[in-house]
Write a protein that binds this ligand. Structure first.
Ligand code: FE
Ligand code: FE
Length: 167
């Protein structure tokens, strides 16, 4: 059985790879967004994601380890699905759902890492992980708000089209 410290470093390598994959994928998602607010939101989260990568490098340092990425298959799958939606021009509602799946994955990872850092009494690491966790949660909340408003916009468009047809 692995020690908690080994488990922590393994999970840290996984989320480190996941964040790096995201830095590459978010510009494509931003470009695909039709709604301005959604596009700007994704662009802002790209900046934050770049910081998340750097923060993780500092956490590795706290643990006296070299930053090493471990291929995150879950993020690969989530981003592949996102890419498919973009290709199919599935629209903003679908894009928001894909982005929220990514955030929820990150929230789960950072939540576990933070709990383990607490148990390992690595307080500086706890703070760094907490900062990122809060940013992921805020992003998720903003996406929820947009899911409600963007979906409504799309439905209103349909209503208008139907009314036009009826007239
Ligand atoms: Fe992140
Ligand atoms: Fe994120």
């Amino acid at each position: 059985m692995n020690t908690l410290r080994e488990t922590f470093i393994r999970e840290l390598g996984d989320i480190y790879d996941a964040e790096k994959q995201l830095v590459k994928a978010l510009p494509k998602m931003a470009k695909a967004a039709e709604n301005d607010q959604l596009r700007e939101g994704i662009e802002k989260h790209l900046e934050q994601t770049e910081e998340h990568v750097q923060r993780l490098e500092r956490v590795f340092e706290q643990f006296g380890e070299k930053a090493k990425a471990k291929k995150c298959k879950a993020m690969m799958g989530l981003l592949e699905e996102g890419q498919e939606l973009i290709k199919e021009k599935a629209g903003d509602a679908a894009l928001i759902a894909a982005a929220q799946k990514v955030e929820h994955y990150e929230i789960a990872s950072y939540g576990s890492l933070k709990s383990w850092a607490e148990l390992l009494e690595e307080n500086d690491a706890v703070e760094l992980l907490e900062e990122t966790l809060e940013e992921e949660k805020n992003t998720d909340d903003k996406l929820t708000e947009m899911a409600e408003s963007v979906v409504n916009v799309q439905e209103n468009e349909e209503d208008q089209n139907q009314r036009r047809k009826a007239a």
